[in-house]
Design a protein around this ligand. Sequence first.
Ligand code: FAD
Ligand code: PHB
Length: 402
Amino acid sequence: MSALKTQVGIIGAGPAGLLLGHLLHVNGIDSVIVENRSRDYVIDRVRAGVLEQGTVDLLVAMGVGAGLQRRGLRHDGLYISFQGRRHRIDLADLTGGKAITVYGQNEVVRDLIEARTATARPLYFEAACVTVGALDSPNPVIRFRHGDADHEIQCDFIAGCDGFHGICRPSVPAGVLSTYERNYPFGWLGILAEAEPSSDELVYSCHERGFALFSMRSPTVTRLYFQVPPEEPIDNWSDEAIWDEMLERMTTRDGWQPHVGRIIQKGVTPMRSFVAAPMRHGRLFLAGDASHIVPPTGAKGLNLAASDVLVLARAMKAFYGRGRTDWLDEYSDVCVRRVWKAQRFSWWMTATLHRFPDETPFDRQRRIADLDYLTSSRAAMTSLAEQYVGLPAEVSFESAGL
Ligand code: FAD
Ligand code: PHB
């Protein structure tokens, strides 16, 4: 058994864990990151694509924005499509110059793993049997098996950044966390296709047959999604059937439609809204998907993970630098307020753009009226725009040592 000590033990090398590790590094705080999957698996997993303005600014301020600045695609607007027409919402004009950037989560993760490796601070991949304990004590521990060796790491704090299916949230004793949940009666079938994007900006389509979304990853790769039943087996869909459905739902009266190409990846994702609070128990702090999930329609999940760890890094910097504990105590409240605003926005985008299996003709007309109002009122477009590009972070970059 090898026994190690660190200041912050981080479970999970997704965006939350890797960003936190780097923010702590910048502040001279020691950490060990423990991930149960392989490096290739973590990098290749296809997920989010949209970074809020604040997330872009954060990555750049942390010194890990070079790839993003070179290969990220800045979008000043997006389209909402319904009844055969696309309506542009000018995000930059409505928010005083803010925008979103399309840069794959796997690129973000790859850049952060490279930055971590350059610091020579420990990052274990393929850790087995990961557990956390003594959460109420001054020295919580992480135990895991790596190769043939058992490890125990004694920490000052543990950051639970291990996603929705991780072990940290379930390690909190029963009765401590309140949970709030909503499951949706649909999921998203998503594909990556070798096809030049046919629009410079995203298109969110509300169609009678259900929701569809046009996005991209690069000048040669298109990313597309459409709404399917929640447990839909991907094998039910041949590539040909996927393209037929995509084109049916997305083609607008002016003839716009995505370019068709070879499908290089496909999968179905369930949709849920979930919050567990408080985001702390003793010396365990939960961040990112470990404590909250949003349906992907608002493109908020990765961005919330980033804002959580910014708040956590600020609190840890103040603890180690000045012995302050009040920011650690406030961590959950500060994050949860922003989380609920993102929950509300993601729920609203989802409810307005998707077809619910039990919806009545009244519900459908109301949804169309919602979209009609949205795309014809500057006030309504401004509200969408300021939330889509990201509400302001709750704390300054300076206070987190940047
Ligand atoms: P994760 O990325 O889940 O990382 C957790 C890590 O912990 C993983 O590497 C996991 O392997 C590891 N782990 C799990 N259990 C253990 C264990 N026991 N021990 C050690 N390690 C463990 N968000 C956006 O902001 N914009 C978007 O456009 C967007 N689109 C999306 C599209 C899809 C199809 C999906 C599925 C999600 C999308 N999201 C989007 C959400 C976004 O991907 C997540 O919110 C984000 O990955 C959260 O990061 P995280 O680090 O908290 O969790
Ligand atoms: C994506 O490009 O993967 C993407 C874009 C917007 C969303 C969700 C996912 O709302």
